[in-house]
Design a protein around this ligand. Structure first.
Ligand code: XIL
Length: 408
């Protein structure tokens, strides 16, 4: 062996040892690590995957709740701020920006060596009051809204230029099959703000939003982000995934600078489960278009009450079953992501039931318990499942099978 080769071999051994952490490479090969000692970011890094969370800056800054900050800093390699980059947060008064919360968030992320997902630029929801009113009462017309959106995207992307890994450029632009009309379309229910926003902007607004974002930051990855696009349906007019697929395919064909599709992944155990291979197939169809994909807002909520008597909390046995169903849903989304080399990141929308948007949003019937850690920061089955999936996703722990020779 030449000197150079030996040095390389030594380096390799050091890297492997470092990756294995406390694990000794004994004669029988590496032993599985004690998974509770492995951070999600560390386990995901073995597969080149970034593991992320949405962050609530108030909880992060709360000295009385130190566990929140500790877990954000130690467990995650990418972060999304839950609300602070939304239009209503950045420009509450027309013409006056307030960058303080978002800037502090980005600075923390950089200190922790975390990549930032920028969320969100073009979205009908959480608009500032002045804009909402103008859209609702008709005092802001189509050309005005287009100009406002263009300026908003330019200002925000320019402000954060060079600091954002993935931008959610357009969020939730598409209707759901239970809305009216039921054929999937740009917008939402007839008469809704979602529909007005789409109608005022006109069908070309997505292309323009991506082009505007690209002009302001040549390096950020530009995403279309939506929910209920986990798997394809029958390909018909009610198939939201198919609609989004056709939409981004067309954008690509027009030379629009779109780089990825974000699948939010807000699931609920009351609706049953997806299959790993169905979700993997859907991700693959998007990545076959030359796009990256990411799971951007994963959580798996459950009904909290006894279905037969909603005045009562669910019984312990039911909760245990729901916990396992939630874990399975996390598993399906994560496995599908791990199977696709263009799936860049897996982000959960909050990591503890203590700080989750679910109970405040899904109230009738009440839902909750959707995170990896419970409200007392105790690990749940979902966390253990995700850790196991990451550890089992490839080398160094999972290696090609070793054929056994018959003993003589
Ligand atoms: C949610 C936040 O978590 C809440 O705090 C807020 O009140 C409403 O919005 N899809 C998205 C996110 O793209 O921005 C939403 O975040 C959750 C659904």
């Amino acid at each position: 062996m030449t000197l150079r080769r030996m040095a390389t071999a030594g380096l390799l051994a050091a890297v492997v040892a470092a990756t294995l952490g406390a694990v000794g490479a004994s004669a029988g090969g590496p032993r599985p690590p004690a998974t509770q000692d492995q951070s999600l970011r560390g386990l995901a890094a073995r597969n080149g995957l970034y593991f992320g969370t949405a962050v609530d800056p108030a909880a992060y800054a709360d000295a009385a709740d130190p566990q929140y900050k500790k877990l954000v800093d130690s467990q995650f390699s990418t972060v999304t701020v839950e609300n602070a980059m939304k239009w209503e947060s950045l420009e509450p008064t027309r013409g006056t920006y307030d960058w303080a919360a978002a800037d502090a968030f980005v600075a923390n992320a950089q200190r922790n060596h975390q990549l930032v997902r920028g969320h969100v630029l073009a979205w009908y929801s959480q608009l500032p009051g002045w804009l909402n009113t103008g859209i609702q009462d008709g005092t802001i017309d189509g050309p005005q809204l287009r100009a406002l959106l263009k300026k908003h995207i330019t200002d925000v992307v320019t402000h954060f230029r060079g600091k954002i890994w993935q931008w959610d450029v357009v969020n939730e632009a598409v209707s759901d099959p239970w809305e009216t009309p039921s054929a999937i379309h740009l917008g939402g229910n007839t008469g809704s703000l979602k529909q007005k926003f789409a109608d005022l902007l006109g069908p070309d607004y997505l292309a323009e939003a991506f082009r505007t974002a690209r002009a302001a930051d040549p390096k950020a990855l530009l995403f279309y982000n939506d929910y209920n696009i986990d798997a394809f349906g029958d390909g018909g007019p009610g198939d939201k995934t198919q609609f989004v697929y056709d939409m981004v395919k067309k954008l690509r064909a027009q030379g629009v600078p779109i780089d990825g599709v974000g699948s939010q992944g807000h699931l609920s155990t009351q609706y049953g489960n997806y299959d790993v291979l169905a979700v993997a197939d859907s991700l693959q169809r998007f990545t076959d278009l030359g796009l990256a994909v990411a799971l951007t807002e994963v959580d798996v909520r459950s009904l909290l009450k006894d279905a037969k008597d909603p005045t009562q909390d669910a019984a312990g046995a039911d909760l245990n079953a729901r916990d396992q169903a939630a874990a399975y849903n996390y598993h399906v989304l994560l496995q599908a992501c791990l199977m696709n080399r263009h799936c860049l990141s897996f982000t959960v929308w909050g990591f503890t039931d203590k700080h989750s948007w679910i109970p405040g949003w899904f109230t009738n019937p009440p839902e909750g318990a959707g995170c990896l850690w419970d409200a007392n920061y105790q690990p749940k089955k979902s966390l253990r499942t995700v850790q196991g999936d990451l550890a089992a996703a490839g080398p160094p722990l999972v290696q090609p099978r070793v054929p056994q020779k018959p003993h003589r």
